[in-house]
Design a protein around this ligand. Sequence first.
Ligand SMILES: CC1(C)Nc2nc(N)[nH]c(=O)c2N=C1O
Length: 160
Amino acid sequence: MISYIGVGSNQQHPIKQAQQAIEALKNLPTSQLTGCSSLYCSAPMGPQDQPDYINAVVEIDTKLSAIELLDALQAIEQNQGRVRKDNRWGPRTLDLDIILYNDQQLQCERLTVPHYGMHEREFVLYPLLEIAPNLTLPNGTHLSQLTELCDKNGLTTISD
Ligand SMILES: CC1(C)Nc2nc(N)[nH]c(=O)c2N=C1O
């Protein structure tokens, strides 16, 4: 199954955190990393009293189920020092979110796919457009329809 993973960090050397997470995603069991966007920098969405974020989107081809994938992503987050605080919109060392999992629409206590916020997050939509320009979402929306609605202004690409 093709899945798109959002990578985000704004603590503990975010560029290194993102690069380390991408390396860890290359080693997921029964999976291949089949695409990786550039790294992007953007101001925090939500509370502004925190540092800018580094974001990327990774494409993987995996035999893991969505829940197994979620567990593997949370293990990588913990391994990179993420302490799951209750502060939902606060700073974080590493965030790995399942943006899409094949063309599935899943809604359970631990997981909602497609990611509930992807439609208005330019730091998800533009990295995703970079690696999957012809993507159509499970509900039939074309990715380019979403990026038209979401301006790229605040997003800058980081040269490696
Ligand atoms: C706090 C919140 C919503 N803001 C963000 N803002 C940006 N720019 N990037 C993120 O990854 C991000 N993640 C979050 O969880």
